[in-house]
Design a protein around this ligand. Sequence first.
Ligand code: PEP
Ligand code: MG
Length: 914
Amino acid sequence: MNSTKWVYRFQDGSAGMRELLGGKGANLAEMTKVGLPVPPGFTVTTEACRAFYAGGRVLPEGLLDQVAAAMQALEAEKDQKFGDPKQPLLVSVRSGSVTSMPGMMDTILNLGLNDETVQGLAEATNNPRFAYDCYRRLIQMYGNVVLGIESFLFERELHRMKEAFRFAEERDVTVEGWKSLIEQYKKLIVSHARVPFPQNVYEQLEKAIEAVFRSWNNQRAIFYRKVHQIPDDQGTAVNIQAMVFGNMGDDCGTGVLFTRNPSTGEKALFGEFLSNAQGEDIVAGIRTPLPIERLDRELPDVFAQLARTAEQLERHYKDMQDIEFTVEKQKLFILQTRNGKRTAQAAVKIAVQLVQEGILTKEEALQRIEMSHLDQLLHRAIDTSAELDVLASGLPASPGAVTGQAVFDADTAEQWAKAGKRVILVRSETTPEDIHGVLAAEGVLTSRGGMTSHAAVVARGMGKPCVCGCETLRIDGSSFTAGERTVREGDWISIDGATGRVINGVIALKEAEISPELAQLLAWADEVRKLRVLTNADNPEDARKAREFGAEGIGLCRTEHMFFGSDRLPVVQSMILAETAEERAEALAKLLPMQQEDFEGLFRAMDGLPVTIRLLDPPLHEFLPNLEELLQRSIRLSLLEKWGAADGGVSRSTLEALPVAAAQGEDSAVTVAAEKAKLEQWIRKVRSLQEANPMLGQRGCRLGIVFPEIYEMQAEAIFRAAVKCLAEGVRVVPEVMIPLVGHVNELIAMRKLIDRVAGRILGEAESGLAYRVGTMIEVPRAALTASQIALHADFFSFGTNDLTQMTFGYSRDDAEGKFLTHYVEHKLLPHNPFQTIDAEGVGQLIVWATEQGRAAKPDLKAGVCGEHGGDKQSIFFCHKAGLDYVSCSPYRVPLARIAAAQAQLVLGDKERDK
Ligand code: PEP
Ligand code: MG
């Protein structure tokens, strides 16, 4: 005998039982506990759902008995009876997972109606029209959810009935109309499902519970879980609750209320209300609802009670709430509350407001902030100076501005996005079946539905711009018209989710800025965090942006990025091509002032903060054209030589455009033969530099050791720039970093070189400038021999990109495109180790190297400068490992500051010192 408790009445649960009762069930229980007007009911647990699947999709033993007992208790509470022809009890059956998955699973309302009880309901309410309307809704939902009959078949019958009786709107339908529709629905069910609609109310209930459990594994729910990383084995609970009716007349209705504006964060009730309507009507976006303020005019007492309840719930849950309510004959019922989904902008604003209102502490507010929200806040908006060709305006459902090509169905959106196109999904309304299209699109535009319609909720959750309810658009297949104008599939449009505008063509966007509320949160984060946050930047503009975002210096300047400019590359190439030391010196002498200027720019932008400059790292062939391209040019030149320009298909201007000529500073007098000789020299050089595995070849300090003059030039440029900036009054803190050290002798040799150059330049200037020399730790051997290396390094900067590559033995250029995605999808790896540090493997090397390094040199500074420096989980790891800093790209600096504070709040110092 199975004694598991599968069923909990609302009065027996609490908010803390979310795992077992699902979010909705736990909140209904909590609200019941605090005395809010919640219709009574009970929850079938997520554990029962798991048992249902474990048993081969069969309800577990004992469940139905427990449901029957709970139903009896419900009957007593409501003074009604399930299946009773006089006083019938009706219930709703709703899914409710642990993590909110709006609209992904199924719901059935009005359960308990049959040919007899519908008459009882008609008499008890003295409203037969209402009773038969409820009954037809039940048959449709049951037919769709339990028996799997497509909704459009029911909609078609509804349409036919309306035509036959000449009803313009649903509200015009008479009781005869509904009765006739019910007969048609029953026939539809028999013809499609080969079973009649059950008259036994307990059979209805059993089948409905099974169907909700099954809906956990419908396609859209599976897809949603994948996108939101919700575990597949969580299961859903089922909530069975006495019905209340919003569709009994004009003093009834249903609505959704956010306790603050979920788009902007403004402290004002925000929501929508549909009078004389039932539950699902509002979310389905079929009728456009009225703003909540109208309820104040129409039913002021209900509105006042709703406002008080909203405040009570917000204080209770210490967060902005998304409340579903129904008004039955002027009486308010709360059907659900949950922490409201919100835009990034609203999340930050609300977190700060809640602190100011004394509801949250600063620490709690910081922990509320989601990284994805910060990511979005650093999104772009429409440049206000841009001239806009506005086609139409809808509701501003999810902020951010985007430009893309219009597509009109989810599959096309997905296909086009896969082909690398940027698309905006345009639909009259979206349904959960469209979710893959929403995911693929840059933004969503709908012509129907309100701020809480499916499109709006899903887009906000995904952080995608959305304009909805744009009713002036006429969407027709694969085009829409707005006034006189037509936009067809593939045409470029833009939407502004902050204002609701739909704009013709491509628009100019402006970069993100930090709002006063975000600045406040960041200031609180700075009070808390222990990790410092630096940036990876290699030009003054990025450096300034990063500083604006709070970077405390440059943790990595990849100097090779300075070599790719159109004025630099030819000089770098001639340096590589040089046959003699003199030729190389000549090219380096040209590069020196350019590099010096680069470094001056960085020192000025970072006045007073450290600037860590990494000497040249990539293999030299990266600066030359690839061999294939050169060989092709050579063939064309041979043809030109043989048959002349016309027949060879190569014009003189093409020839002159070849970088070979440019690099050598030749003019148009160049002859084909001379050109060919140069090309051959290139081909020889590229061949000589070719390596079987360049990422493990001649790069990093190996290059500096074999061609010391390159590093000498860079060191000279750094120190000359420092001297110049010092003279201007800039406080310069230079740090020189050696890449790819694997053996201490490499570092010793390179450090000697730098100290020698520093002595020469600084000695001349007698400036007494303090500088540091450190090393990247990105070769596993360097990590393992950290105690030796630390003796010659002032700092360690973990290059976690290379360290991951070399520890796993994965080539990072090949892994992601080939097997890594497969590994992550099939759970061979918990995550992509190039995004989130592999704490168990690569992490061990970091911990070991830091400990050993500090044992040898207690004041050794250590941090991470690989891509992981901007990833929350990796930042938590760095905090635990006791590192001093992380360095990340400028736009991730605010995110890293918050994540570092969260790490301190969650893990504290203890973990860090361990
Ligand atoms: C690293 O390897 O982590 C690193 C920062 O260097 P790069 O990505 O330039 O190789
Ligand atoms: Mg590296």
